[in-house]
Write a protein that binds this ligand. Structure first.
Ligand code: BES
Ligand code: MN
Ligand code: ZN
Length: 499
């Protein structure tokens, strides 16, 4: 299996060997520590003879450069110095990890001519290195493909980041690494196929968080029946694999402080049920638990960095299958809240799972807010593609805080409307509501449905169907699963709900 790189910090000193990476802003000027790594002035010659111009995350390399004992000397572009924000530092780290290729010892000289670099920026470079280095290759049994070495395989890469204040960088990076571990966990869960990761197996993975001091309760089918989670159970009843609900609690805040709560859709596989999906791309539905995976990754991150807040995580784990015992269109179920739901389409199952979770979460924990994450609708992909997650909220302050955390971390959210015009689209003659609202505004009617189960609790729903899976390759992610939501919500907590 591919190992996570190690990242350590040191003072500036021209390295003796290994692979060396220097940073170059637009225009192509080398700072002093970088120039010291290039005694024969090879890089300026390369800049003059290639199209490398210091563009953000671009790179160019010299192999076995003369006058040094290095295997490789690489220049990574940083873009314009005044554009060096958090997202840029992450991308620089990502580009550095990519430029390392199959080197095992890499020194990154974190100096940019004309820029001030804070400890937090160095930590972001380190986080970018970790995020970019993630590879899901546990099912690849061959070390070589077509005669070529697989750069991702084998020993862990050792990165040393040289910077002005290594001690401060080390401190800032400890929290960033906790977050990276949470993202790795979320990506692993989403990438794992559904034959391996059913509801029971997923719940077992959640148990592992106990090692970090997270309290974990796993509710079995019997207990869910007792609670009256009939909307969730209706989705699960077509599968031979029984459902689970996992409740995670981290108590890092003041004793009597109300918790903040995160709820996730964990449909381990979504065939659509009796309203079965077409075959094309159905394999992607192994990722229909990405909301739940983000909640678990988030809890891991918060616990590992000992967040000073009380946090509840709650996920609903089910499989949506067609079967002799499966739920039918036309069925009417009574949710835990007492509200009745007419099932029009068994493929609109995520909202049924969330309905009972949201209600239980609000009743049981009376949280300051609930944020839920779900790969809820294909329609959100039509509206926003994969650059933004859909944000729906009954609370302007919570919505603004999420948007701000999104812009800072690069896990961006775009607020969509809610309103009575949409709400009436899910009214039906036969019950309190129906589970679909027709073709138009599909993401909004899904959100309106959820809103009926949160009462007055400040709440936000993130539709991550476009951002959590089938992700385009980026500077900081090469995997099918992005782990979307872990960094965003970790930041939300850090900015507003700690200490
Ligand atoms: N899990 C899907 C949504 C989805 C689609 C996630 C594509 C990721 C990529 C969800 O359960 C679903 O099937 N939604 C339906 C709702 C419809 C039946 C009202 C949809 O979006 O088509
Ligand atoms: Mn579905
Ligand atoms: Zn689904």
């Amino acid at each position: 299996m591919t190992e996570k790189p190690t990242v350590t910090f040191a003072k500036f000193a021209a390295p003796k060997k290994g692979s060396v990476i220097v940073l170059v802003p637009e225009g192509g000027k080398l700072g002093e520590p970088a120039a010291a790594c290039d005694p024969a002035d090879i890089l300026p010659k390369i800049f003059a003879t290639t199209d490398f111009n210091g563009k953000l995350a671009a790179s160019v390399e010299a192999l076995a450069p003369q006058g040094t004992a290095y295997d490789r000397l690489t220049a990574v572009g940083t873009g314009k110095v005044d554009g060096l924000n958090e997202e840029a530092w992450l991308k620089i780290g990502g580009a550095a990890a990519a430029a390392a290729k199959n080197a095992t010892e890499v020194t990154l000289v974190a100096d940019v001519a004309g820029a001030e670099i804070a400890a937090a920026d160095i930590a972001s470079i380190g986080l970018g290195i970790l995020l970019r280095s993630y590879v899901f290759d546990k099912y690849k049994t061959k070390k070589e493909e077509n005669g070529a070495k697989q750069p991702s395989r084998g020993k862990a890469v050792k990165f040393t980041i040289q910077c002005a204040d290594p001690a401060a960088a080390r401190k800032a990076f400890a929290d960033a690494e906790a977050v990276a571990d949470g993202v790795y966990l979320a990506r692993d869960l989403v990438n794992e196929p559904a034959n391996v990761l059913g509801p029971v197996e997923f719940a077992e993975k959640v148990r592992e968080l106990e090692e970090l001091g997270v309290k974990v309760d796993i509710l079995t089918e019997k207990e869910l029946q007792k609670l009256g989670m009939r909307a969730l159970l209706g989705v699960a009843q077509g599968s031979v694999r029984p459902p689970r609900v996992a409740i995670m609690r981290w108590s890092g805040g003041k004793v009597r402080e109300k918790p903040v709560a995160f709820v996730g859709k964990g449909v381990v596989f979504d065939t659509g049920g009796i309203s079965i999906k077409p075959a094309a791309n159905m394999e992607d539905m192994k990722g229909d638990m990405a909301g739940a995976a983000a909640v678990v990754g988030l809890m891991r991150a918060l616990a590992a960095r000992k967040a000073k807040a009380n946090i509840v995580g709650m996920i609903g784990l089910v499989e949506n299958m067609p079967d002799g015992n499966a739920q039918r269109p036309g069925d009417i179920v009574t949710s835990m809240s007492g509200q009745t739901i007419e099932i029009i389409n068994t493929d609109a199952e995520g909202r049924l799972v969330l309905a009972d979770l949201l209600w239980h979460c609000k009743e049981q924990f009376k949280p300051q807010f609930i944020v839920n994450l779900a790969t809820l609708t294909g329609a959100i992909l039509i509206a926003l593609g994969n650059a933004y997650a859909g944000l729906f909220s009954n609370d302007d302050q919570l919505a603004e805080r999420l948007a701000e955390a999104g812009n800072a971390t690069g896990e961006k959210v775009w607020r969509m409307p809610l309103g009575p015009e949409y709400d009436k689209l899910i009214d039906t003659k036969n019950a309190d509501m129906k589970n679909t609202g027709g073709r138009n505004a599909g993401s909004i009617t899904a959100a309106q449905f959820l809103k009926r189960f949160v009462g007055e609790t400040p709440w936000a729903h993130l539709d991550v169907a476009g951002t959590a899976m089938a992700s385009p390759s980026s500077e900081i992610n090469q995997s099918w699963a992005s782990g979307f939501g872990v960094r965003l919500l970790d930041r939300l907590v850090a900015n507003h709900y700690e200490g």
